[in-house]
Design a protein around this ligand. Structure first.
Ligand SMILES: *Cc1c(COP(=O)(O)O)cnc(C)c1O
Length: 385
């Protein structure tokens, strides 16, 4: 399922050190037992204060040692999956950790640095910035009725006016479901080459039609792409997320990261999850989800309380309408929990595309309100899946 092809390293641009927060440019980070050894042959390891015998619950001693911070087999598997080279990969505890690393690496707290984001969007960019003492500049997306559009020119202007050093885009967007055109991402990265890092969060990329922005990394050293095993790969509980970026930035991010970010069992699980056969099952899940997304859109659109079901390239649908309050109450009474989005948009909710049985339950809960006359093919009512 590689959705990008690694291009030869010869074409790779130079990463500008000025994009790193000034006081961290010569920061070397914590020198851990796993990273500080010189590599000469050794058989006895007495440098990390680990136990000398195995735990009673781990008789083979598989967990006795501190883990490799960035295990080579995992980095190779992630690089192959995402179509980049291993030195471009930073693996973290979910892409949430990668977001936090980026905010802390690219912006200095309490000074002139800021981040720019495009609401309605994923909440963690603002949370990380807030916890780090960095202001958030909002450049709202445009609501086109059945689609959302990022104001790329507005974001560029905000960076230039507000001294932002990091821009967060989400494609497909959460909660919008809309993809940001690659031409726009490329233009923004090129325009901001000396000023800011452009982060493209692709948590839902597997469900989308257009190719990954990872294909632009070699041409744009100030671009970062976030991927995760939490959504299409079905491993949210394992907490495995990835930042794909220029190797020089990857080196700095690893220094900022906690010393042993990947627990041994999680790293092993992730390698197994990226095997060819498991990836084929992910492809099957994605296909099923895309088909079900169309059906769920039909069901929701047929409800008179709904005015918009937005086109989605992700595994959820954003729904708006004056009757969203009653919709939420009705679904909840049937034991169905969807995401209330009224804190972001006055009359919105977000529904994950569940299994066919779960979609059936949604339809039953909405009862006669939602009875599309024909379910396939998708009708032209602004529903693009
Ligand atoms: C779910 C989600 C994430 C979080 O991913 P984890 O890898 O589970 O931390 C990141 N970004 C967006 C836009 C998401 O919707």
């Amino acid at each position: 399922m590689p959705d990008g092809r690694a291009t030869p390293p010869s074409k790779i641009g130079e990463f500008r050190a000025q994009l790193i927060r000034e006081d961290l440019r010569d920061f070397t980070g914590y020198s851990s037992a796993r990273t500080s050894d010189t590599g000469a042959p050794a058989t006895i390891w007495l440098n990390a204060n680990e136990a000398s015998t195995a735990s009673a619950i781990d008789p083979e001693g598989a967990q006795r040692r501190y883990p490799d911070p960035q295990p080579a087999d995992l980095m190779a598997a992630l690089a192959d999956t995402y179509g980049v080279r291993p030195e471009q990969v930073v693996v973290g505890r979910g892409s949430d950790e990668c977001i936090d690393l980026l905010v802390r690496t690219l912006t200095a707290p309490g000074g002139q640095d800021a981040i720019v984001q495009a609401p309605p969007t994923f909440g963690m960019y603002a949370v990380s910035a807030r916890l780090h003492g960095v202001p958030v500049i909002d450049v709202p997306q445009r609501d086109l009725g059945t689609l959302w559009e990022v104001d790329v020119d507005g974001m560029r202007a905000a960076v230039e006016a507000g001294g932002a050093t990091a821009v967060f885009l989400t494609s497909p967007g959460n909660p919008t479901g809309a993809v940001v055109p690659l031409e726009d991402i490329e233009q923004l990265a090129a325009d901001l080459a000396d000023q800011a890092v452009v982060v493209v969060d692709e948590a839902y990329q597997e469900f989308a039609g257009p190719r990954s922005a990872a294909t632009l990394l070699d041409a744009h050293p100030n671009l970062v792409v976030l991927r995760t095993l939490s959504k299409a790969h079905g491993l949210a509980g394992a907490r495995i997320g990835t930042a794909l970026c220029h190797p020089d930035l990857a080196t700095v991010l690893r220094r900022v990261q906690a010393p042993y970010p990947m627990p041994t069992p999680v790293a092993e699980l992730a390698v197994a999850a990226l095997s060819a056969s498991v990836r084929r099952s992910v492809d099957a899940r994605v296909l099923q989800t895309r088909t079900s997304r169309e059906l769920l859109a039909e069901i929701l659109q047929a409800d008179p309380r709904v005015t918009s079901v937005y086109a989605s390239e992700a595994n959820f649908l954003l729904v708006r309408g004056p009757g969203v309050d009653s919709l939420l109450t009705e679904l909840r009474a049937s034991g169905i929990v969807v995401r209330d989005m009224r804190h972001l948009l006055t009359d919105a909710l977000r529904v994950t595309v569940g299994s066919p049985e779960e979609i059936e339950a949604v339809q039953q809960s909405l009862g006669s309100a939602a009875q599309p006359s024909t379910l396939t093919p998708a009708r032209a009512r602004g529903i693009h899946t």
